[in-house]
Design a binder for this molecule. Structure first.
Ligand SMILES: C[S@@+](CC[C@H](N)C(=O)[O-])C[C@H]1O[C@@H](n2cnc3c(N)ncnc32)[C@H](O)[C@@H]1O
Length: 227
């Protein structure tokens, strides 16, 4: 998974790379802000920024959050779609998170832990949990375990995104939105073209909170053409 760690500094012997990572992590303003604002992970700020600029999440929306652990994006989604019904003046939304890992419970969200998005049976489970079996927004911050071989990791993530696009055909509402992370590489254009076939508006986003030296970017695909 990504480096969403609740840092506990222990006096363990560290390699040079681990030491450098820890120093960067402790200085990172988004790590500090996520602790202050009680987000489970700094990645919350990527979604907050995207949503502030492009209004992806609205009160009343049903959201599927793929690769949800430890749950920071789901926290943001619960707030923005009013999943707890805290604001009686606007509709109440719904958030469903799915991850290979266990996700600690979060008020306002339903989680499918230890569940693989790439397994065919997962689609049925998702359909049975989403209101009327449909989502307004599909979020994917999924990241496969990195092997360190850049091209291989890139291809694995593109496969996951393409699989998600197949799932979208069964669950995404017409005019719906899909936001998915990818690592740049030779097949990014293929994913972008597939998204363009199925959505009217596709743009590439690199949020401030996404580390500059990371190959990570997001495709935001809007106005799903539907079947
Ligand atoms: C960067 S983390 C997501 C962080 C999350 N957005 C948050 O804000 O807390 C990527 C997650 O993708 C999950 N993942 C990778 N492959 C997956 C798959 N096939 N099915 C479900 N989850 C997957 C990993 O287990 C990991 O927890």
């Amino acid at each position: 998974m990504g480096r969403c760690l609740h840092t506990t500094v222990k006096f363990l012997r560290k390699t040079g790379t681990e030491q450098k990572w820890l120093e960067r992590h402790l200085k990172d303003p988004f790590v500090k802000a996520s602790k202050q604002q009680q987000y489970r992970c700094r990645s919350a700020f990527k979604l907050l920024e995207i949503d502030d600029k492009l209004c992806v999440l609205r009160p009343g929306f049903s959201v599927l959050d793929c690769g949800a652990a430890p749950g920071a994006w789901s926290q943001v989604a619960v707030e923005r779609v009013n999943a707890l019904g805290t604001d009686a003046a606007v509709p109440t939304g719904f958030v469903l998170g799915v991850d290979l890992l266990r996700i600690s419970p979060l008020e306002g969200a339903v989680f499918l832990s230890e569940t693989d998005m790439a397994e065919p049976s997962t689609l049925r489970a998702i359909q049975s949990l989403l209101p009327l079996g449909k989502a307004d927004v599909i979020l994917s911050d999924m990241a496969p375990n990195a092997t360190g071989i850049k091209e291989l990791d890139h291809q694995k993530l593109i496969r996951l995104c393409l699989g998600l696009l197949d799932i979208a055909q069964s669950i995404l509402k017409p005019k719906g939105t899909m936001l998915c992370k990818f690592w740049d590489g030779s097949e990014a254009r293929l994913l972008q073209n597939r998204l363009k076939e199925q959505f009217q508006d596709v743009r590439t986003i690199k949020p401030q909170a996404s580390r500059k030296d990371s190959a990570e970017s997001y495709y935001l695909a809007r106005l799903y053409r539907g079947k």
